[in-house]
Design a protein. Structure first.
Ligand code: DHB
Length: 409
């Protein structure tokens, strides 16, 4: 019996519970068709505005040390009509039969209402994600941090009595009263909301370039939204909290720092109905969906789960028994609680020092031989030979991978 990784969002069945986040590699039918051809359970387009726009000045994205990425794109997109056109939908979705979702992030309420009205009558659109959490538009604070404004927006949206299911993209919350206030507003409009996607990027982070003594990106004084593994734990907490606080009719979609099947498993345990992948999709391309789904299948098989429903939302409370089971499993697999053990750095009998020395010498040898991969940012045994820890990209669509420049909106 094949494993069942399917889920239902907005009343539509997704063949797998993993799909793309709105953001990188979602701005054109070419990019979206790659997602549709992968094992992604659905396809979600880039946040659209009423009209096409180019976004903030470059450089506006930055990948830091593999742990976090910063972006301040300022909503470059082709305009809502593009994402609603039958040509785009056909080119993007082909014969995949998967649900196609659009995302909107209007400059103001009137723009959002106008776009929602348009979307509501378009065949081939399974639902719409209303972005209440974009941190990067100059002069526009994050809507969902202002609970009165959030209420006003959702009140106006609910009056439209949309036929299409509506999701809302939320920013990360960090404090109990803020979780409670956001959930209260969402629950007030539960009859109009199908899902809440948690989280958008952690807004207004700053990466500093030590060499140049300046910010790593240009817009907004270098302030941008943080994504990637650095935000995963914040995202897990938001998913768990929202699942606990939201009415059961509102699904929670988990997003933030998902790179592996194990990450996805953790989000599902916390109650996510589905899991979106953003930054890793940007870095690895659409093949990440095949890998992540495969890894989730492997983990489920190991644990004896046949379907996602068997463990979704079933995060157990901490217990001594659980901690002891986890310690034993780590020991058996050669892992452990020290950083070296967790990073699976091979540590010989003589301890970690010989490993570091060997890594250093190997790095020296390769550097002398002119070896370079992934822009020289290759870690060996925890040592980074001569490559900068930081890699600059001049646009989300311009990720440099293995020295080859790829342009994709
Ligand atoms: C952008 C960033 C976001 O976090 C988002 O949700 C939408 C757009 C941007 O800068 O383009």
């Amino acid at each position: 019996m094949p494993l069942d990784l399917s889920t239902t969002i907005c009343g539509k069945k997704l063949s797998t519970c993993i799909y793309n986040a709105s953001g990188p590699r979602t701005g054109s039918s070419d990019a979206l068709s790659k997602v549709a051809s992968s094992r992604s359970g659905a396809v979600l387009a880039k946040s659209a505005t009423v009209n096409e726009q180019t976004g903030n000045p470059l450089p506006r994205t930055f990948q830091a040390d593999g742990k976090g990425s910063l972006n301040s794109e300022g909503l470059p997109n082709k305009g809502i009509d593009y994402y609603l056109s039958q040509d785009t939908i056909e080119e993007s979705m082909g014969e995949s039969g998967k649900p196609y979702f659009v995302s909107i992030s209007g400059h103001n309420l009137a723009d959002n209402l106008a776009m929602l009205k348009k979307i509501d009558s378009v065949d081939g659109v399974s639902g719409v994600e209303l972005n209440l959490a974009c941190p990067n538009v100059i002069g526009h604070p994050i809507i969902a941090y202002d609970f009165d404004q959030m209420d006003a927006v959702l009140s106006a949206v609910s009056k439209l009595k949309l036929q299409k299911p509506l999701g809302v993209k939320l920013p990360p919350y960090f404090d109990g009263p803020h979780f409670a206030a956001a959930a209260k507003v969402l629950n007030k409009y539960k009859s109009s909301i199908s899902y809440a996607a948690s989280i958008n990027t952690v807004g207004n982070a700053l990466v500093v370039d030590t060499v140049a003594e300046m910010p790593a990106i240009s817009p907004k004084g270098g302030f941008g939204g943080l994504s990637g593994p650095a935000v995963k734990y914040t995202a897990l907490a938001n998913v768990k909290k929202m699942r606990d606080l939201l009415d059961e009719t509102i699904d929670v979609v988990g997003v933030g720092g998902v790179e592996t099947g194990e990450d996805a498993f953790q989000f599902l345990l916390c109650g996510a109905a589905a899991v979106q992948v953003g930054t890793k999709h940007w870095i690895e391309g659409a093949k990440c969906f095949d890998r992540i789904v495969g890894e989730l299948e492997e983990l489920m098989e190991k644990k004896g789960y046949k379907s996602v429903g068997e463990f979704r939302g079933k995060l157990k409370p901490w217990s001594k028994e659980g901690a002891s089971k986890s310690r034993k499993a780590k020991k058996m697999s050669g892992g452990g609680n020290t950083r070296a053990e967790q990073a699976k750095i091979p540590v010989g009998k003589g301890g970690i020092l010989p490993t570091i020395i060997v890594s250093f010498l190997l790095g020296l040898l390769l550097a002398t031989a002119g070896f370079s991969a992934a822009g020289g940012d290759v870690t060996m045994g925890g040592f980074v030979p001569f490559g900068s820890l930081l890699k600059i990209h001049d646009g989300l669509e311009g990720a440099r991978m293995g020295g080859k420049k790829k342009r994709e909106l």
